[in-house]
Write a protein that binds this ligand. Structure first.
Ligand SMILES: *[C@@H]1O[C@H](CO)[C@@H](O)[C@H](O)[C@H]1NC(C)=O
Ligand SMILES: *[C@@H]1O[C@H](CO)[C@@H](O)[C@H](O)[C@H]1NC(C)=O
Ligand SMILES: *[C@@H]1O[C@H](CO)[C@@H](O)[C@H](O)[C@H]1NC(C)=O
Length: 441
């Protein structure tokens, strides 16, 4: 009892100290960047670093060729992790520069000198300086050092402790592990105050459908990642909406933290030990997932347009060990991009010919069964009260049919492209995939 009381007391004092921490009075520990300062990709160190050395803002070279992002990243960890980008959709070439202009904007100029991105104070005033703060916010400041704009106001796919997302705010996933252009998923605190994860059309960013929601219409206020590392949605009626019942175990003192809508559509909260030597072995020197939503991305995808988590003609299966979605090709199919399994599969055989009255059309083809597999979209026929074998044969003989699904006496014929594929014990039934009979099994 006594020990618990002391623990609580220590915790309260710690919280109080954290609340009093002067991140809004930056004059004490600021590396002020004056108007007129520039960074160029050809500089030795083309970035500005926070006083603690934990975050940098500047040019980040992409591994492929001569391309750079204007980005903000964690600097003290071996796994380079970008928390924000200005130009993920349009990487720039060598010779590009970023300037804190004399009119108080931060502007990105490409290698031919065109301004391709800029940020200015939101209230129309002129910034007097800029600074990379220790909390990971790169800010424009007025003469009295109040924050007039910050990367926290314009998140990309990640938020950091002390960052808030207001009503109307959005995060966009990146396209894949190495491509920072905006991808196929968004997290949005909608105008109706519901916090949602949506699939979106690429590249126009139109909303397709919601695959997770907080269910807080007319009630959600702000998505808050607080100083102590808790992430929740505050509600107008007082109590917070917690993403999970799990309590936060990682403190911001001992761990770097971030929450990212990943390219696979999962919103994950991560922690990385600041000082791995001092922390027991159970924390690997890696970004470890504290929690994630939705709990099973493969089966939570909606049945509408879009390919789902995985690309067309593939199916999603959760890796038991990593708890991440994997995209697999059906038998007889190959990855369209062998280096990016999320971009779909193609048949590795010549398609069946469609000819009138061709009794020979099934020659050279056969059906391969896959249990607990479904492509819930792309039906073009539905038969009831039929047998499994009939379902398989009917697809084999029908040149329009790519796959048939049999479940509880129902048979669905599916056409290309197959979408939203998933394999999971909750799916039930059997899929029959039409393949060339010379396809490897
Ligand atoms: C620089 O940006 C301009 C305007 O967007 C574009 O027309 C030009 O091609 C860009 N230059 C390079 C080298 O990408
Ligand atoms: C959310 O978490 C906070 C802090 O752990 C707790 O006080 C609160 O009761 C939780 N709210 C709900 C709705 O579970
Ligand atoms: C069917 O296949 C056989 C053997 O290959 C062939 O002799 C016959 O002409 C084919 N029939 C049609 C209608 O194509």
């Amino acid at each position: 009892m006594h020990a618990l009381f002391l623990q609580l007391l220590c915790l309260s004092i710690l919280l109080l100290l954290l609340l009093l921490l002067p991140f809004s009075t930056p004059s004490q520990t600021l590396n002020i960047i004056n108007l007129g300062s520039t960074l160029s990709t050809i500089d030795d160190n083309p970035y500005w670093t926070s006083p603690s050395g934990e975050f940098s803002f500047g040019f980040y070279p992409l591994s492929e060729g001569d391309h750079y992002l204007l980005a903000l990243w964690f600097t003290n960890i071996p796994i380079k992790t970008i928390a924000w980008t200005a130009n993920g959709d349009h990487p720039v070439h060598k010779g590009s520069r970023v300037e804190l202009t004399t009119i108080g904007s931060v502007s990105l100029f490409n290698s031919t000198g065109e301004e391709i991105w800029k940020a200015e104070p939101l209230d129309g005033t002129r910034a007097a300086s800029a600074a990379m703060l220790d909390n990971g916010n790169f800010v424009l400041l007025s003469t009295d050092s109040t924050i007039k704009w910050g990367t926290f106001d314009q998140p990309t796919d990640t938020i950091l402790p002390t960052q808030i997302v207001n009503r109307g705010g959005k995060l966009f996933s990146r396209f894949n592990q190495v491509d920072y252009s905006s991808g196929r998923f968004e997290l949005a605190l909608q105008i109706d105050r519901n916090l949602v994860l949506n699939t979106i059309a690429r590249p126009t960013k139109g909303t397709y459908s919601t695959y997770w929601e907080s269910d807080t219409i007319n009630n959600g206020y702000q998505l808050v990642f607080d100083q102590s590392g808790d992430l929740y949605l505050t509600l107008l009626n007082g109590s917070p909406f917690n993403f999970t019942e799990q309590q936060n175990t990682a403190s911001t003192r001992e761990f770097y933290q971030r929450a990212t809508i990943d390219f696979d559509g999962v919103f994950r909260k991560y922690a990385y030990p600041k000082n791995p030597d001092k922390i027991t072995q159970k924390w690997p020197q890696n970004w470890v997932v504290s929690w994630s939503v939705p709990s099973d991305i493969c089966t939570s995808m909606p049945v509408q347009v879009g390919s789902g988590v995985c690309g067309f003609n593939s199916y999603c299966v959760v890796d038991d060990e990593e708890q991440r979605p994997n995209c697999e090709c059906p038998p007889g199919y190959d990855y369209l991009y062998p280096n990016d399994r999320f971009r779909g599969c193609k048949a590795a055989f010549e398609p069946q010919r469609c000819e009138a009255n061709d009794a020979n059309s099934t020659m050279g083809f056969e059906m391969r069964a896959m249990v607990n597999t479904d492509w819930p979209l792309c039906d073009y026929e539905h038969f009831e009260l039929v047998k499994e074998e009939w379902c398989s044969d009917t697809c084999l003989k029908d040149c329009f049919c790519a796959v048939s699904i049999f479940r509880e006496g129902n048979c669905w014929l599916k056409k290309f492209p197959l979408s939203n594929g998933r394999m999971d014990t909750s799916v039930g039934g059997k899929a029959f995939v039409k393949v060339s009979n010379s396809s490897p099994s």
